[in-house]
Design a binder for this molecule. Structure first.
Ligand code: ATP
Ligand code: MG
Length: 344
């Protein structure tokens, strides 16, 4: 007679009762219009929905990620504080959501390593951002650039989050996060939810060059919390309707980045577009108006930003408290993961 070992009881996935939201932003420069229209507006909307409906929202300033491109420690610390102030100024409330600095919760690096072991290198080599960074920083193709999406997957799911407010540029990374989670769940049992992107109605905001995505590292940004004159200069430098040569030529608002941005500031963009089409208004007029509207729209946030930046130590404490608040979630996930993987 052969004796068979009794099958191990399947571990139940320890998932939150309501889906959690998580997103990360790099402290790689000053917050720009693309960040706000494409992502931060949704951070705030989900934060408020979370309060009303009883789910957690967690936002992270991803300084580990920023290290793949910058090694200036002083600048990184400064930008981390500035990003914290920007996010609060733009509507995050540390009492309603958890706002923290990635390196304050280092458990995520352990999860990243464990995820590395279920992630084929080929998946990472195909990532568009990795291919792009190999071109833009050929002298510093560090391993972190390759592993970046694995750490991103760990960032999200260590908190068992599944709603991820991001811009469209993150679509490929999120797809990879889902694949990594599936690979882990298939090998070790259902542990993590699959993350889903949550987009705004402006998932890709073009930069002032009118060609590439607005991006801190490209430098084609409109820095929404900067001084009014900086914003004026950035907006006035925007590439507009390239088909319109003379002031008297009819404009093409659908192909003009400035006209498109008017959709988010005021309710009269149809009239503005009509003025362009009929050449009643010129590109310069439309840009001037846009600059003033952006300045006005972000005036209260700019004020809050400066108030918060006047006491950086207090701000850093607030961010530190956020990391403490979610310590139990990160620790519980790691205990569960180690158990599933047969460690300890
Ligand atoms: P970097 O150039 O350093 O990558 P970034 O400007 O792309 O910086 P991130 O910190 O990478 O900013 O992105 C923060 C969030 O803002 C992400 O969710 C990203 O998808 C979103 N985002 C960034 N740029 C845009 C844009 N131009 N349009 C829409 N969403 C954007
Ligand atoms: Mg980016």
């Amino acid at each position: 007679m052969t004796t068979q070992a009794a099958p191990k009881p399947a571990l139940k996935p320890n998932l939150p009762a309501r889906p959690r939201a998580f997103s990360g932003i790099q402290p790689s420069g000053i917050t720009h219009l693309g960040n706000d229209l494409g992502a931060i507006r949704n951070y705030v909307a989900l934060q408020n929905k979370g309060v009303a409906e009883g789910f957690e929202t967690i936002y992270c300033i991803v300084d580990y990620h920023a290290l793949t491109s910058s090694h200036d420690a002083e600048a990184l610390r400064q930008r981390t504080i500035e990003m914290g102030a920007s996010l609060i100024a733009l509507g995050l409330d540390p009492d309603k959501c958890t706002l923290f600095v990635q390196s304050d919760r280092p458990e995520v690096t352990e999860l990243c390593w464990l995820f590395n072991t279920v992630t084929p290198v080929g998946w990472l080599q195909r990532t568009p951002t990795y291919k792009e960074k190999r071109q833009t920083q050929p002298d510093d193709v560090n391993h972190g650039l390759l592993t970046y999406p694995v750490l991103q997957a760990a960032d999200i799911v260590i908190y068992k989050a599944s709603l991820v407010p991001v811009g469209k540029d993150q679509a490929a990374h999120l797809e990879l996060s889902r694949e990594i989670v599936r690979a882990f769940n298939a090998r070790y049992g259902e542990t993590f939810p699959e993350p889903q992107a949550v987009y705004t109605d402006a998932p890709v905001v073009l930069g002032t060059d009118g060609a590439r995505k607005m991006s801190k590292s490209v430098g084609n940004t409109i820095e929404i919390l900067a001084e009014p004159d900086v914003i004026r200069k950035q907006v006035m430098g925007m590439v507009t309707d390239t088909l319109r040569i003379m002031r008297t030529d009819p404009g093409h608002p659908e192909a003009c980045n400035v006209c498109q941005m008017h959709r988010f500031f005021g309710t009269d963009h149809e009239q503005i577009w009509d003025g362009e089409r009929t050449a009643r208004t010129g590109c310069v007029d439309t840009k001037k108006l846009l600059a003033e509207r952006i300045i006005e729209h972000y005036a209260p946030a700019r004020e809050t930003y400066h108030r918060l930046m006047a006491d950086p130590a207090e701000l850093r404490r607030t961010l530190g408290k956020g990391a403490e608040r979610i310590r139990p979630i990160a620790e519980a996930t790691m205990t569960e993961v180690r158990e599933r993987m047969g460690l300890r």
